[in-house]
Ligand binder design. Sequence first.
Ligand SMILES: NC(=O)c1ccc[n+]([C@@H]2O[C@H](COP(=O)([O-])OP(=O)(O)OC[C@H]3O[C@@H](n4cnc5c(N)ncnc54)[C@H](O)[C@@H]3O)[C@@H](O)[C@H]2O)c1
Ligand SMILES: O=C(O)[C@H](O)COP(=O)(O)O
Length: 530
Amino acid sequence: MLKVLVSDPISDLGIQQLMDADDVTVDKNTGLSEDELVQIIGDYDALLVRSQTRVTERILAAGKKLKVVGRAGVGVDNIDLKAATQRGIIVINAPDGNTITTCEHTFAMMMALARHIPQAYAQTIVGTWDRKSFLGVELRNKTLGVLGMGRIGSEVAKRAKAFGMNILGYDPFLTEERAEKLGIKLASVNEIIRNADFMTVHTPLTPETKHMIARPQFEAMKKGMRIINCARGGVIDELALVEAINEGIVAGAAFDVFESEPPAQDHPFLSHPKIIVTPHLGASTVEAQENVAIDVSEQVLHILRDEPFKNAVNMPPVPSNVMTQLQPYFSLGEKLGSFAAQVTNQAVREIHVDYAGDLSSVDTQPLTRYILKGVLSRHLGSDVNIVNSVHLAKTRDIHLVVSQAPATKGFTNLITVTLKTQSGEEQRVAGTLLAGYGERIVQLNQFPVDVAPEAHFLLISHNDKPGIIGRVGTLLGENGVNIASMQVGRKIVGGEAIMILTVDKAVPKDVLVQLVGLPELNTAQEIVLN
Ligand SMILES: NC(=O)c1ccc[n+]([C@@H]2O[C@H](COP(=O)([O-])OP(=O)(O)OC[C@H]3O[C@@H](n4cnc5c(N)ncnc54)[C@H](O)[C@@H]3O)[C@@H](O)[C@H]2O)c1
Ligand SMILES: O=C(O)[C@H](O)COP(=O)(O)O
């Protein structure tokens, strides 16, 4: 039975599909400390979190069975991604489910800021009827600067237009064309700082965005700006912001997120009359919480069941049409990698993967990960998976060379895996997917062959002499090893030749020794493809 731990409050309706699955049990245990999680995580195959649980290296190291960490939301800054990747743990998020909700919270904050709603409310409920102190401003005809024009930033820009605002947007990936489509003006950070009346940030927190608005930006800022942060604490330097408000540069700020959450009780934002705050509520609506929980549960279930999945954060994104195209090749790729690794006798230094035919015009990165997994699993065992295979190859100084070419030597698709060792040994295996016939290995070094990659192979090198096939068959038969298929390959009559046999079960070691003792037979090796 697969076990899932939910360690933050996640919508019950959203995780219903996990709870309904026959092969899964779900434990909800929220508010645990790091030590407590380290104690129990070893039992679980999947961990589901929001932003409260800090998924540290210690927790990931203790998660010996952990296959996936699912984040029911966008930001994964509470998860040690590097440690997860090294351990081959997939991290997925739910990037789309809370976009509108967070965009709407941004507007709630912007309007509350423009009209002093929280401050006015606080006065009114204690009996102070103060209509003078809370003179607000309209949004209409004001300039809104949006830093980060991704999902949420773009939705904010769309709605700001309905309020009659002029929008300046900055994002390293924002093109003139897209800006035009959104009806906004592409601007630099400096232009936004100098011209906006309201500024809202919608970037992740990265080394580049940390304190992207700090003292120097406040010094250059248009006087009277109002600032909203519903993205991540730390994008705006909190202390520099308080200074800028006190100096009259900034008219007010609305923050949903803090550099450290929850903020200390004496955090200057909490007592400042011009700063309004919410406790990281951006994604907290019934709809968003259901959406993200449904999305993440669905993908976690796929991962646990070894099915194709999306939204991995520690693997490059692959469009679904590309994934559909590549998926049939994953098993073949892994088998070719494993086959090549098993026939290579020394440490691999270079892995060359050549894609041809149908595979020459697709982004084959995910497939390459399967091939690497096949190669590396020979020595690293089950610790290798498609998440960490590229990383593991790099850490072992294995050089990966991938090429794509339309020519196919007669096959509609062809994958050739060549392993090179430091001493110059080179092993090559090529395979194809034949329509209606499935996977085939079609070349082994210089020998053309045609075998289906089954679980147990016997690879024999011999001299092309009469009688050898019979002797091998007899010896295997006498030892109870049933031959399912046999292929013989040779370059020239009477020369060096190979025999590939698929057999129904593992070949005992002593039978391999007896085989090598046969006349004209040079080597005999078992290849196991799981
Ligand atoms: N307050 C909340 O509860 C809440 C809810 C959802 C999302 N978020 C946060 O909001 C942020 C945005 O979420 P999203 O779903 O729109 O993400 P997104 O990935 O769609 O958009 C982020 C954008 O930031 C841009 N960016 C990166 N570096 C930048 C830089 N230096 N300058 C300008 N732009 C830069 C990226 O190119 C991207 O387009 C994330 O940090 C997310 O964690 C907060
Ligand atoms: O990144 C996110 O999705 C938001 O910050 C929401 O975080 P939460 O799931 O803890 O509300």
